[in-house]
Ligand binder design. Structure first.
Ligand SMILES: Nc1ncnc2c1ncn2[C@@H]1O[C@H](COP(=O)(O)OP(=O)(O)OP(=O)(O)O)[C@@H](O)[C@H]1O
Length: 234
C-alpha cells in the first residue's frame, strides 16, 4: 500500500491501523485475536483483509470503526488518533467520516429500504437534499423500485446494497465492509464488487472477505494469520 495516489504527491492515509493488539476475555485467560496488525488505506484504494473463519477479520473492522478499542496500538482517521475521543465525540466524528456495512447488513426490519438508507441522517431534520441523495444512491446501486420494500422482502444482494447506500449517505471518506459478498451468487457478488471498486475511486475502502473476486479487485490484501489463540486446557 503506497501512501500517495500520484507520483511525487505524498498524502496521509485516510485510515491507519498501527500495531493493533486485541484479546477477548479476562486478562488471566485471554483469547488473543489481533497481534500487531498494521495497515494503511489511502484515498482511492481498497484493501482486503482475508483469512479463515475466526482469524479476526470482523474484530479488525470493528477496531477500525472505533466500536472496539484495541488493547494496544493506534487507529488514525485522516491522520488523527481516535483514542482520546469520548464515545460521544467518536460517534459524531464517525458519523461524518466512516461508513460501515456489517456482515449481516444490519438493516432495521421495521423500516423500508429507503428509511434504512436515511437512518444516519435521522437525528437531524431531513432536508430535500437528503431525500434526493438517498434516492440517487439507491438508483446508482440498482435499487430503483425497491425503496418501499422492507428488508425481509429484499434479496441478499439487495440487502447488501441497501446497507452500502446507508453507509454512503453521509459521503464518508472511509468505508468498511464486512464480507459484503458472502451468501451471494457469483453474478450478484460481482455486481457488489464492481460497486465497491467504484466507491473506492475517491474513498479509502477496507473490506473483510475470503471471496477471491474481492481479493483480486482490491489493491492490497492483508492476510490475517491464524490467530484467535485461546488458552490451552491444562
Ligand atoms: N465478543 C467476543 N468475545 C470473545 N471472543 C470473541 C468475541 N467476538 C469474537 N470472538 C472470537 O474472536 C475470534 C475472531 O472472531 P472474528 O469474528 O473477528 O473472526 P472472523 O475472521 O471475522 O470470522 P468469520 O470469517 O467467521 O466471520 C473468534 O475465535 C471468535 O470466536
Amino acid at each position: 500500500m503506497t501512501a500517495s495516489t500520484e507520483p511525487g504527491l505524498i498524502c496521509t492515509p485516510t485510515l491507519t491501523l498501527e500495531q493493533i493488539y486485541l484479546a477477548y476475555g479476562e486478562s488471566r485467560r485471554p483469547t488473543i485475536v489481533l497481534e500487531g496488525v498494521s495497515l494503511a488505506v489511502s484515498p482511492g484504494s481498497m484493501v482486503c483483509v482475508a483469512g479463515r473463519s475466526g482469524s479476526g477479520k470482523t474484530t479488525l473492522l470493528k477496531v477500525a470503526h472505533g466500536a472496539l478499542r484495541p488493547d494496544t496500538g493506534r487507529v488514525l482517521w485522516e491522520g488523527e488518533d481516535i483514542a482520546p475521543f469520548s464515545s460521544d465525540q467518536l460517534a459524531l466524528k464517525r458519523r461524518n467520516l466512516v461508513g460501515y456495512v456489517p456482515q449481516d447488513s444490519g438493516l432495521i426490519e421495521t423500516m423500508t429500504a429507503f428509511e434504512n438508507v436515511l437512518v444516519p441522517r435521522m437525528p437531524e431534520r431531513l432536508s430535500r437534499k437528503d431525500v434526493d441523495r438517498a434516492r440517487m444512491l439507491m438508483a446508482d446501486l440498482g435499487l430503483r423500485g425497491r425503496e418501499n420494500h422492507r428488508p425481509n422482502a429484499l434479496s441478499g444482494g439487495e440487502r447488501q446494497r441497501v446497507a452500502l447506500a446507508r453507509a454512503l449517505i453521509n459521503d464518508p471518506a472511509i468505508v468498511l465492509a464486512d464480507e459484503p459478498t458472502s451468501g451471494l451468487d457469483r453474478s450478484t457478488a460481482d455486481r457488489v464488487i464492481d460497486i465497491l471498486v467504484d466507491v473506492a475511486k475517491d474513498r479509502a475502502v477496507l473490506v473483510a472477505s475470503h471471496d477471491p473476486g474481492l481479493i483480486i479487485a482490491a489493491q492490497l490484501t492483508h492476510q490475517m494469520e491464524a490467530l484467535a489463540i485461546a488458552p490451552q486446557p491444562r
